[in-house]
Design a protein around this ligand. Structure first.
Ligand code: ARG
Length: 472
């Protein structure tokens, strides 16, 4: 194996082992290799156009880069800590194949613009995969929602029964959050689509390179407007970590609900055996591990964002080795979601819903009290008074141990002259739900409209997720 340090010239001896081990990023940055090789091909072509490589040199260079790509993909390109990083390792591979010609590729570029370019390509590519998994999760939530457009559940605030809602509406509330995450990924991508290649170490290049053309070849929209910013900007990583942390928060909130729903106390859903776990000691147990890990893994997703924010704080321009610390957090966050999202999707798609348990529990806890207040308002009673009167009705029911619709006419009349037996008409869950017709409401009609709108949006996102941003 050739030892190909990229910076040996002015040094009299080799690096101390402790430095080599600390300095190396090869153990985690080899996953940038396919992107580094694509960028190298684009750079070879720009050197050729600039007259710095002749036709046959370009040919040999591209062939060697293709061979390297294949051998990396086949896991046949061994690396060691002395390679330091992916860029150094691949240059060694080129030198081993081409001899001195391999050394020509470094003209006009630096690892500083290389790594910034590779990481952008990696992130943009993986963001599409993430979007695709988010769309799968949305599909799973929607597949349950369509079956429960009319299924009532107790809608909660403060985890107390508040007003009945349809189960579809609650599931679609989660969908809306994930749709915003998709929008965040798209907005992020528009800002991330800037190629730093051509920025060199920090000052650009004296060679006749063509950064805009290279950018286009690599699937970017433009090239950096400022070479110092090009090599030192890691906003694209921070922003992606914010998006992944936010997805983590959304998954943790959904996870927490599934933990509650699947408890004996709620008994709203039963998880499929394939998406639940057992206990080593209690044979009766069925545990919602996926939901708990959705909750638990949000910690590391938020942590990764914090890690990079703190790393970047106060860094002077331009490149500093601190920036090498950008990779592990973002790889970890993307890996985590890659693992988590399919499991959550499967859990949601396969859970069975106890619609009758939900329906039974929907009117409990006097959750139809607001219907009485609204009924009074429709009869001209100021809401302030209606609220008072309804409060008295609830107190009377609680004292007598009856539900709202069971309160006798005498009781109603003694609380307020406005209360007649006609109020009972609104004291059904179905009536309360059907009455919720304003756009965005929980009523079955409004939810059907919401579902149709989501259907349109999801097909757009499926296309977006499937569009490749990195050339072959
Ligand atoms: N492995 C380095 C990183 O990830 C590549 C850039 C090294 N640049 C340098 N000037 N030492 O940031």
């Amino acid at each position: 194996m050739t030892v190909a340090k990229l910076w040996g010239g002015r040094f009299s001896g080799g690096p101390a082992q402790a430095l080599e081990e600390l300095n190396a990023s090869i153990s985690f940055d080899m996953r940038l290799a396919p992107y580094d090789l694509l960028a190298s091909k684009a750079h070879a072509r720009v050197l050729h156009r600039a007259g710095l490589l002749d036709d046959s040199e370009l040919d040999r260079m591209l062939t060697a880069l293709t061979e390297l790509t294949e051998s990396v993909a086949a896991d046949e390109f061994p690396v060691s800590v002395s390679d330091e990083d992916v860029h150094t390792a691949l240059e060694r591979g080129l030198l081993e194949r081409l001899g001195p010609l391999g050394g020509k590729l470094r003209a006009g570029r630096s690892r500083n613009d290389q790594v910034a370019t590779d990481l952008r390509m990696y992130c943009r590519d993986h963001a599409r995969g993430l979007a695709s998994r988010l769309v799968d999760l949305i599909d799973a939530l929607v597949s349950q929602a369509v079956q429960h457009v009319e299924t009532p559940v107790p809608g909660m605030t403060h985890l107390q029964h508040a007003q009945p809602v349809t189960f579809a509406h609650q599931l679609l509330a989660h969908v809306q959050a994930f749709l915003r995450d998709l929008e965040r990924l798209r907005d992020w991508d528009a800002r991330a689509a800037v190629s730093p290649l051509g920025s060199g170490a920090l000052a650009g290049s004296s060679l006749p390179l063509d950064p805009a053309r290279v950018a286009a070849e690599l699937g970017f929209e433009s090239s950096s407007a400022n070479s110092m910013d090009g090599v030192s900007d890691r906003d694209f990583v921070v922003e992606l970590l914010f998006v992944t942390a936010t997805i983590g928060l959304h998954l943790s909130r959904l996870g927490e609900e599934v933990v509650l729903w699947s408890s004996s106390e709620f008994n709203w859903v039963v998880l499929d055996d394939a998406y639940a776990t057992g206990s080593s000691i209690m044979p009766q147990k069925k545990n919602p591990d996926i939901a708990e890990l959705a909750r638990g893994k949000s910690g590391r997703l938020v942590g990764n964002l914090t890690t990079l924010l703190v790393t970047l704080k106060s860094l002077p321009l331009a490149y500093n080795k601190d920036l090498q610390e950008d990779k592990e957090p973002v790889f970890d966050s993307l890996d985590t979601l890659e693992l988590l999202l399919p499991a959550v999707s499967g859990m949601i798609a396969t859970m069975s819903v106890n619609a009758s348990v939900m329906a039974e529990s929907a009117p409990r806890g006097f959750s139809l009290a607001t219907e009485i207040a609204d009924w009074l308002v429709r009869r001209g009673v100021p809401f302030r008074d209606a609220h008072e009167i309804t409060g008295a009705v609830v107190a009377r029911c609680a004292a007598k141990g009856v539900e709202l619709h069971e309160l006798a006419d005498d009781d109603l009349a003694s609380i307020s002259e406005h209360l007649t037996s006609a109020v009972r008409e609104v004291l059904t869950v179905e009536g309360a739900l059907a009455g919720r017709t304003t756009p965005g409401s929980t009523g079955p009609k409004a939810v059907t409209t919401q579902l149709a709108d989501i259907g349109d949006r999801v097909s757009h996102w499926r296309t977006w997720a499937d569009t490749t941003v990195v050339p072959d």
